[in-house]
Ligand binder design. Structure first.
Ligand SMILES: Cc1cc2nc3c(=O)[nH]c(=O)nc-3n(C[C@H](O)[C@H](O)[C@H](O)COP(=O)(O)OP(=O)(O)OC[C@H]3O[C@@H](n4cnc5c(N)ncnc54)[C@H](O)[C@@H]3O)c2cc1C
Length: 85
C-alpha cells in the first residue's frame, strides 16, 4: 500500500558515531507496518535531495515508529538534524 503522511519526529539520538535512532508518531503507519517493510522519507522541505530515502522500520511501539540510520550523504545528514520538525 502506498500512502503519504506528514509526521513529527518524537525523538532522535545518536547511539554510535554517525548512527541514529529516530522515532516518529504515526498511528496509520504503526498499525499497518509489518516486519521487513520500509518507509520512504522526504528529508527536506526543499527540492534537494529530490528523491525520498528508504529506511527499514526497526521497531513499532504503540503509535511510535522507529528507524535506525547511518549518515552516508546529504539526505541522511538532513535527517540527523530533523529533531523538532
Ligand atoms: C529498502 C531499503 C531500506 C533501507 N533501510 C535502511 C535503514 O534502515 N537504515 C539505513 O541507515 N539505511 C537504509 N537504507 C539505505 C538508505 O536509504 C541510504 O543510506 C540513503 O538513501 C542514503 O541517502 P543520502 O542522501 O544520505 O546519501 P546519498 O547522497 O544518496 O549517497 C551518498 C553516497 O553514498 C552512496 N550510497 C547511498 N546509499 C548507499 C547504500 N545503501 N550503500 C552503499 N552506498 C550508498 C551513494 O552512491 C553516494 O555515493 C535502505 C535502503 C533501501 C533500498
Amino acid at each position: 500500500m502506498t500512502a503519504q503522511h506528514i509526521v513529527s519526529v518524537s525523538s532522535q539520538e545518536e547511539v554510535a558515531d554517525g548512527l541514529y535512532v529516530l522515532r516518529f508518531r504515526s498511528e496509520q503507519i504503526a498499525q499497518t507496518s509489518l516486519p521487513g517493510q520500509f518507509v520512504n522519507i522526504r528529508t527536506s522541505d526543499g527540492f534537494a535531495p529530490f528523491l525520498r530515502r528508504p529506511f527499514s522500520i526497526s521497531r513499532v511501539d504503540g503509535e511510535l515508529v522507529e528507524i535506525l540510520f547511518n549518515i552516508v550523504g546529504a539526505g541522511t545528514r538532513l535527517l540527523a538534524g530533523s529533531a523538532g520538525r
